[in-house]
Write a protein that binds this ligand. Structure first.
Ligand code: NTF
Length: 802
């Protein structure tokens, strides 16, 4: 549906008058945002309804993406863009003396995720709608999103993120679609006409109420649904739950997002959350299926429904689907199992052992007695089937229940027809190392799906000037079809284009410099190299290696050895219970303090650690980056996605050959990336032989020693114990992230980067090549592969409205 400037202005005036009895000129920013978001909602409402109707008519197969995290950030501008209204609305506001960017700041960042995993889930939602598939998200409506990060004396403090306080503008509560979810109690199997059915006693009944968020497709008339579940007291339960404590226990289920990434916490509440949204989602899917698709003929289910298990958190879907089919709909076990496996697919997002969930049998039995029985039966049959086919060792290594624990990844793998990793190397490691036994058993189930990013958000919205340059050079087609971006490479020798790129980057840096000044009081020079590392704080991501490089530069500068001006920018949250990660934050902050206030250094080197990195802040940092730091220990970063976003904005990547960095190198060629560090085989050799002795490296490399010693010799004020902790860690025998092993090659590559920086034309040529080839990581390409190869979806036919 098109809109003209005049129409929009009238609607805005009307909304502001209706809502607040004010004229536009009197309205506050928050009021303007509320009015504007209401106009946008009115704009997509007809197509949301039409999509639902078309789904019912066409009965296309749908995917349901189950994820414990979704990290969409803000939705105003992306909804405007996808409706095709962004330019018109922005200009109309300008006519009224208003600024869209300012109004947009009133929207709370929807931070229902930690990092890459949650952001990818949100990107997939946008992409499913934009590529014309009917796909739905299924997750949790956390009352508190990921904590707000503050630094106090250099330490991270976590503040609650009460994002719903100001009401959410995009959600629709659908009470009529509520379902009940049961926890605890006793279960007895009783005979009912020859069918054993469970009888529950003393269980806690929770009402799951869905809140639907519209996911507007990119200018294609389609709008999908992200369904987030809220836990409430069942209406008939008022008498059973009289106390405040009872109430709180239930509301707590959807109260907080666990603030851990790559780090699993075995907590009862977490397991409750996992079952809660998984069960609610499956119940509502089957309700719809029975009502709209095929009545009680479940053999057809895999032709209409695909269920995706995003990491192990929703792996209970396998058992819950069995429970619903067998107990509720009375499908025989074998038939139900066949249907379940054909319906489910699973993505693994990390090889970090501590992230692989394992639940105590005792905990699972107490909280989910029927589910535990079903898992036990799945496990029994699995073992039974493989007896005499493979060795007992393989069976023991792969079965679901082992050493008193339920291994969630094994449940997901055994219960799914597809298992994928998120970058080529990652998938290869799953096949040859981490899930080797399963790969031998089910080679046909394994496949790779390299991650992607929403170029709409990261170029069109976050970098409008770059978007205009692309329009001007290669035409507008790239906005809908990213393949076109490859044509940008034809401008490699076009001086005007290279100069424009330089100017765009500079202007973005000026804006970021202003934000830095406003937030930290520190003045940075936009002419300096903006060197960016933004991602969760984790030992394997090695913010520590960047820290050692900073210390090295500082010491060089103090010794009179010159380097080009550089501003190092960090954004990173540490899990609140992750002690080492928090020590790293403290040391970086104290180092920043020392360097930023050293008159000898002046503006040759600045270190900026911006608080509370989230999607909204990312949209400001990434377009202003010259350098993208992707320096994880090779084999440890499953894919990475900030690497793709930074590349798309013309930053040059400094990278270990890990995760998707390898594919970035493939795309741009080795001359257009700065790769360094140990190769995969070298890393595995160290692990296998246990022969990594960092102390030898440290004793024999004066430059390294100088940097590392500064952590403990009093150079950096106020960080004695934390500096010591880092020092000890680096020098530990067989330190698993191999920080010092990569130190000297990292310094070397940074020197090479400085040389490239000095050749301005060359630098922007490299930048241009990176932008052109970022099309490879367009999430729409990723989602089309999932749709075709895993979910077997067809596009919905829907009329584009004028
Ligand atoms: C993350 N995993 C990986 O660490 C990233 O490399 C990857 O890009 C994203 O997933 C998305 O696939 C996780 O967040 C988790 F939770 F699995 F550890």
């Amino acid at each position: 549906m098109r809109i003209t400037k005049e129409e929009f202005k009238q609607r805005l005036a009307r909304k502001v008058r209706n809502y607040y009895e004010e004229e536009i000129s009197e309205a506050s920013n928050a009021e303007l945002f509320a009015a504007l978001s209401a106009i946008v909602r009115d704009g997509f409402a007809p197509q949301w309804r039409r999509t639902r109707i078309s789904e019912k008519e066409q009965k296309q197969k749908q995917v349901y993406y189950f994820s414990i995290e979704f990290l969409p950030g803000t939705l105003l501008k992306s909804n405007l863009l996808n409706l095709g209204w962004l330019e018109t609305v922005s200009e109309a506001l300008e006519d009224l003396g208003l600024d869209l960017d300012t109004i947009a700041t009133a929207e709370p960042d929807m931070a229902l995720g930690n990092g890459g995993l949650g952001r990818l889930a949100a990107a997939f939602m946008d992409s499913l709608a934009s590529t014309g598939y009917t796909g739905n998200g299924n997750g949790i409506r956390y009352k508190y999103g990921l904590f707000k990060q503050k630094f106090v004396n250099g330490y991270q403090k976590e503040l609650p993120n009460d994002w719903l306080k100001s009401q959410d503008y995009w959600e629709v509560r659908r009470e009529s679609k509520s379902v009940l979810v049961r926890f605890g109690g006793q279960v007895h199997m009783v005979d009912d006409n020859g069918w054993l059915v469970p009888q529950y006693e003393g269980e806690e009944v929770v009402r799951a109420v869905p809140y639907d968020i519209a996911i507007v497709g990119y200018q294609n008339g389609l709008t999908n649904t992200l369904r987030l579940w809220d836990a409430e007291i069942p209406p008939e339960g008022e008498l059973n739950y009289p106390t405040i404590e009872d109430r709180r226990r239930i509301e707590d289920i959807t109260s907080i997002l666990y603030p851990d990434d790559s780090n699993y916490e075995g907590r009862l509440l977490r397991l409750k959350q996992e079952y809660f949204f998984t069960s609610a989602g499956l119940q509502s899917i089957l309700n719809y299926y029975v009502k709209e698709i095929a009545k009680h003929d479940f053999s057809e289910l895999p032709n209409y429904v695909a269920i995706h298990i995003n990491d192990t958190h929703p792996a209970l879907a396998v058992a819950e689907m069995m429970r619903l089919l067998v107990d509720k709909y009375r499908v025989s076990w074998d038939k139900a199992w066949n249907i379940t496996v054909k319906t489910m697919s699973y993505t693994n997002h990390t090889i970090m052992q501590e992230a692989l969930e394992k639940w105590e049998i005792s905990m699972m039995s107490e909280l989910l007695p029927r589910i535990m029985q079903i898992i036990t039966e799945i496990d029994r049959r699995y073992v039974e089937n493989l007896k005499n086919k493979v060795s007992d060792e393989v069976i023991e290594r792969t079965r679901i229940i082992k050493d008193g624990k339920v291994r969630m990844a094994h449940l997901a793998i055994i219960g799914s027809h597809s298992i994928n990793g998120v970058a080529e190397l990652h998938t290869q490691l799953l096949e040859t190392e981490v899930l080797k036994d399963f790969y031998n058993l089910y080679p046909e189930r394994f496949n790779n799906k390299t991650n992607g990013i929403t170029l709409r958000r990261w170029i069109q919205i976050a970098n409008p000037d770059l978007s205009k340059l692309l329009d001007k050079t290669i035409g507008k087609e790239w906005r809908a079809n990213s393949d076109e971006m490859l044509n940008f490479e034809k401008y490699l020798h076009n001086s005007e284009t290279l100069n424009s790129l330089k100017k765009i980057k500079y202007d973005n840096k000026v804006k970021l410099a202003k934000l830095i000044k406003d937030r930290t009081g520190i003045i940075v020079d936009p002419k300096a190299i903006f060197d960016v590392q933004v991602k969760r704080l984790h030992a394997y991501k090695r913010q520590t290696l960047k820290l050692l490089h900073i210390l090295h530069l500082y010491q060089d500068l103090k010794a009179g050895i010159d380097h080009p001006k550089r501003v190092v920018i960090f954004g990173a949250k540490a899990a609140p219970s992750y002690v080492f990660a928090k020590q790293v934050i403290k040391v970086i902050n104290e180092t920043a303090n020392m360097i930023n206030n050293d008159p000898d250094i002046h503006d040759k080197l600045k270190v900026i650690f911006l608080e509370n990195y989230d999607v909204t802040l990312a949209e400001k940092i990434i377009p202003a980056a010259d350098v993208s730091e992707q320096i994880s220990t090779t084999t440890k970063e499953a894919s990475g996605t900030s690497n793709m976003k930074l590349m798309a904005n013309g930053a040059l990547t400094v990278a270990t050959m890990d995760g998707a960095n390898i594919e970035i190198k493939d795309a741009v060629g080795e001359d257009n990336i700065f790769s360094f560090g140990l190769a995969k085989d070298e890393v595995y050799k160290y692990y296998a032989s246990k022969s990594y002795h960092p102390r030898n490296l440290y004793e024999n490399d004066a430059v390294m020693k100088r940097a590392v010693d500064s952590l403990i010799d009093g150079t950096i004020p106020n960080s004695n114990s934390e500096g010591q902790a880092l020092f000890n860690n680096f020098l530990e025998d067989n330190e698993q992230f191999l920080v010092l092993a990569d130190f000297s090659s990292y310094i070397k590559i940074q020197n090479k980067l400085e040389q490239a920086w000095a050749q301005e034309r060359l630098w922007y040529q490299m930048s241009l090549v990176n932008i052109a080839h970022s099309e490879r990581f367009d999430v729409d390409k990723t989602i089309k592969r999932y749709a075709k190869e895993i979910w077997h979806l067809n596009q919905l036919k829907i009329e584009k409205t004028k």
